[in-house]
Every structure is written in C-alpha cells, then in structure tokens.
Design a protein around this ligand. Structure first.
Ligand code: FAD
Length: 459
C-alpha cells in the first residue's frame, strides 16, 4: 500500500507491545500512526479491570508510552466507552482506518462490532497461538473438550514467526491531546496494599526478561510445575494477559528446547479458554452444565463468614491460607494452589464458584475472563469439560503430596517453626500456635455436605 500522510489508528487493549504486534505493523506500513489506549470502565460491566490489574496497567502503559515515545509516537490516553472514543478520535484526525488485535471477551467482541459500523476496522490475529477460526472439529464446529482441541491446535503449529518492531513506525505531525496517566489513579494510595507487587516488572522488557530466565528452566517444568514451594513455572501469565509478549514469541523461544512439550500444552489451555468463551460468552456467570443450576449453594451469615475467612487466608487449612495470602500479597497464586483453594471454597464451604471468581478477578494481576471462568468452572464441576462435582480434592492430602511446607512457611509465617509432619495440619498434630484458626469445617464433614448437596441437586 502506498504511504500517505493520513494517519491510521492503533487501538491498544490487552496487546501492550510493539514487537510482533500485527495491528501496529499494519498501521505503520500505511503512514503516520496514532496510538490510542482507552480506559473503559463501562463496556466490560462487572468485568471492568480489577484493583490488582489497575496497578499492573499503570506500569504497563507507562512502559508502552515510553517505548512509543522513543520512536516519536505519543500514546494518546482517553477515558470512556472505548468504541465511541476511538470513533471520535478517528473523526477528529480523519484517520484512514483503525487497526486492532481481535479480542475474545464478549464485551470486546461487541465493541469491535460497534466500532466497525462507523469506521473501517481491521482486526488482526495475535492474542492467541492460533487464530481463533483455525482450530475446528472435522465438521467445522468448535471444541468443548481440551484434549481434541489441543490435538487440532498442534496441527496449526508452529505459529507465524514473531515480527520485530516495525522500522517504518512514525507518529503524526500534530497528534491530538490525551489525558495524563497519573490522573487515572490506577495505583492504590491509602492504604497502599501493593508493596508486595514489587515482585513484578510489568511491560514488554519485564516479559522478555522473564521468558529468557524461564527458557533455561523449561526442561524441568514437567517435574516442577506442581510444586508451589519452588519457582517452577514461567510466571508469564500477567504479561500474556496484557499482551506484553505474544504467545507466538513464547512458543518460538521454547519449542525446540528439550522437555518443552508439557509447557506448550499448558499454554494451549489459554487458547482453549478463549475458544470456549467465544462459544459461551456468559461462561463467567452461567454454569456450563445447566443441570448444576439446581445445586443449592450456601448463603447467609455463616456462609459469608466462611467466605471472608477464605479471602483472608484464615480457614485453618495451611495450604489454603498460604494460597490466599500469596494472592493478596503479590496478586498471583501458584496454579496447583489455585485449584486447591478454589475447590475448598466450592466443595468444602459449598459457596458458589461465582463468588470466588469475583474475588480472583479483583485480586489477580493475571485476571483473564476466559482463563478465570474456564478454570473456576472446571474446578467446580459445573463446566462443559470438567469432572463431576463429586470429585473432591483433599487439601490435607494435596499439601504433603506436592511438598508445600516451604510454601506454607513463606506465606503463613506463624506456622514457619513447625516441622514437615505437622505443618500441613497443625491442629490435628496438636501444635497449632495460639491465634491460628481452627479449620472452618472438617474434611470429612465438608465432603459429605458437598456430596449431599450434589445428590439433592440430581434428585
Ligand atoms: P505456567 O505454568 O508457566 O503456564 C504458562 C502459561 O500458560 C500461563 O502463563 C497461562 O497463560 C497459560 N496457562 C497455564 N495454565 C493454564 C490454565 N489452567 N488455563 C488457562 N491458561 C493456562 N490463568 C490466568 O492467566 N488468568 C486467570 O484469571 C486465571 N484464573 C484461574 C483460576 C483458577 C481457579 C485456576 C485453577 C486457574 C486459573 N488460571 C488463570 C490458570 C493458571 O493458574 C495460571 O495461568 C497460571 O498459574 C499462571 O502462572 P504461570 O504463568 O507461571 O503458568
């Protein structure tokens, strides 16, 4: 396409990077670029960006703005309904077209459709390993079970080779004004609960560094990824969620390394979740198995008190408490422990998985509509692909099985002096320190109550 002086807009959302960013590459190839991010707390409704992610977003936008500015392109910040704001900007500058990466969240699909009514919108792939239309069943439908999905996804691999930052990138001579990031109040102030978030380095450079470190460790992933006491996973999830690194870049960096296959399969779950919410856009609120609608979750004061104890890491189950406190402190929790804490809420405490999903949404730096809802439903036994509700994880078995004592010592420091035999269940061992809560409910009692609720729902 011949270059012109008519600007093209790049609408950034969860794709905050310059390299391997097809929307940016396409816009740069056309002429001057107007880079836009809209803080939109209206379009996503209940899934507006949560508190932990606002912290991340602040730093990620700062990093993106700096990287763009170094190439003479300001990042224009606006607030409001994204589709309307982008359309307004397009009119203001007489943009030729708008480029974006296709997103899979239902509200973003709707916003893309609305914007496409009023401007020329080009939606590019780049958020997933494989373009969402490519992974289909033999009859052209979408998969609902992971294993066949993964088989079909592998047929599409490798993903296209990652592309560098476009050399032709240049900004408009007089770009429109935007808001100041500092005025968005994305960072917590009083109290500042984000001290532990210093664990992270948001932005593309932080993502690249994390990938480089993990590439040396991927061979041990199969053996280590279930052990919360060690740093055995990539910790790339918030970077992937915000699109600071493309999944294709991760794939190409690791695929040829010995032992990378189990890791790539895990990455495949991310594509699978996106594929499920495209079919079932209400997946964060509606049970994948409608028969589960009959299940009577606990409500009322006692259930609320249990929920509060769970959120605060005071259930009396050390592995659950360690996970919930890790989540609060660093905005992330190890995957094995996410399963244990989620299962404990849903089965032992018999509290609706949707309440847990909401809490995770607000606390996780990697909160992702697809990944969060698909995993909650999977653990809860309500999902299209999950095992039955009656399969109940035993936290007191899981904790020693996955060697969680180091993890518990770190996140539940009042138990740190207990030995390996006692730390998983200090009350049973008779060594619980004063102030450490008694279990909210015994394992057997919780299990029987959950099974009875499931039986009643079936009846
Ligand atoms: P790694 O083990 O290094 O995996 C690499 C990447 O693969 C991850 O970064 C992630 O993008 C993807 N991935 C791994 N496991 C899964 C999975 N089970 N489902 C989907 N993608 C996966 N992940 C999120 O990104 N956002 C969420 O909101 C989220 N909510 C969850 C809620 C529950 C109840 C559970 C059980 C899991 C949830 N997960 C979520 C999945 C998983 O726990 C995290 O992706 C993982 O812990 C992130 O750490 P990591 O990057 O070190 O993972």
């Amino acid at each position: 396409m011949a270059k012109s002086d008519t600007p093209s807009i790049v609408w950034f959302r969860q794709d905050l990077r310059l390299a391997d960013q097809p929307a940016l590459a396409a816009a740069a190839a056309e002429g001057p670029v107007l880079a836009v991010y809209v803080l939109d707390d209206e379009t996503p409704g209940d899934w507006r960006i949560g508190a932990a992610q606002r912290w991340w977003l602040h730093h990620a936008l700062k990093a993106l703005a700096d990287a763009l500015a170094a190439r003479g392109v300001p990042l224009v910040l606006r607030r409001g309904r994204a589709a309307e704001e982008v359309a307004r900007l397009a009119r203001e500058v007489g943009a030729a077209r708008v480029h974006c990466l296709a997103h899979q969240e239902p509200w973003w699909c709707a916003a893309e459709a609305a914007l496409a009514e009023v401007v020329e919108l080009v939606r590019h792939p780049g958020r997933l390993l494989a373009e969402s239309g490519l992974v289909r069943t033999g009859t052209g439908g979408r998969f609902r079970i992971f294993t066949p999905f993964w088989r079909a996804l592998q047929q599409q691999m490798p993903p296209p080779a990652p592309q560098p930052v476009p050399e032709s990138l240049r900004g408009m001579a007089s770009p429109p004004r935007g808001e100041r990031l500092e005025d968005w109040d994305l960072l917590p102030r009083a109290p500042d609960w984000a001290g532990g978030f210093a664990h992270w380095t948001p932005g593309a450079a932080g993502a690249a560094e994390r990938l480089e470190t993990f590439a040396e460790e991927v061979g041990g992933y199969d053996q280590n990824h279930n052990l919360p006491s060690i740093d055995g996973t990539s910790s790339l999830s918030p970077h992937l969620h915000f699109g600071e690194i493309s999944p294709a870049t991760v794939w190409h960096a690791l695929a040829r390394r010995t032992g990378a296959e189990p890791y790539l399969r895990e990455l495949g779950w991310r594509d699978f979740a996106a594929n499920l919410i495209l079919q079932l856009p209400d997946y964060a609120t509606a049970n994948g198995r409608p028969a589960m609608d009959a299940l009577r979750w606990r409500t009322g004061e006692a259930a609320d008190a249990d929920f509060r104890a769970w959120t605060r890491g005071r259930t009396g189950y050390p592995i659950v408490d360690a996970g919930m406190r890790q989540l609060w402190h660093i905005g992330w929790m190890h995957n094995r422990v996410r399963m244990i804490t989620a299962s404990f809420l849903v089965k032992h405490l018999l509290i609706d998985w949707r309440r847990g999903e909401r809490w995770f949404w607000d606390c996780l730096v990697d909160a992702d509509y697809g990944n969060n809802s698909v995993n909650w439903q999977w653990v809860a036994g309500t999902g299209v692909d999950s095992s039955p509700f009656g399969r109940i994880m035993a936290p007191l078995v899981q904790s020693p099985k996955f060697d969680a004592s180091g993890y518990i010592c770190e996140w539940v420091p009042e138990l740190a002096r207990l030995d390996d035999a006692a730390i998983h269940d200090p009350h049973a061992a008779g060594v619980a320190p004063a102030g450490y809560p008694r279990p909210r409910i015994g394992h057997r009692e919780g299990r029987e109550r959950a099974l009875a609720a499931a039986a009643a729902a079936r009846a």
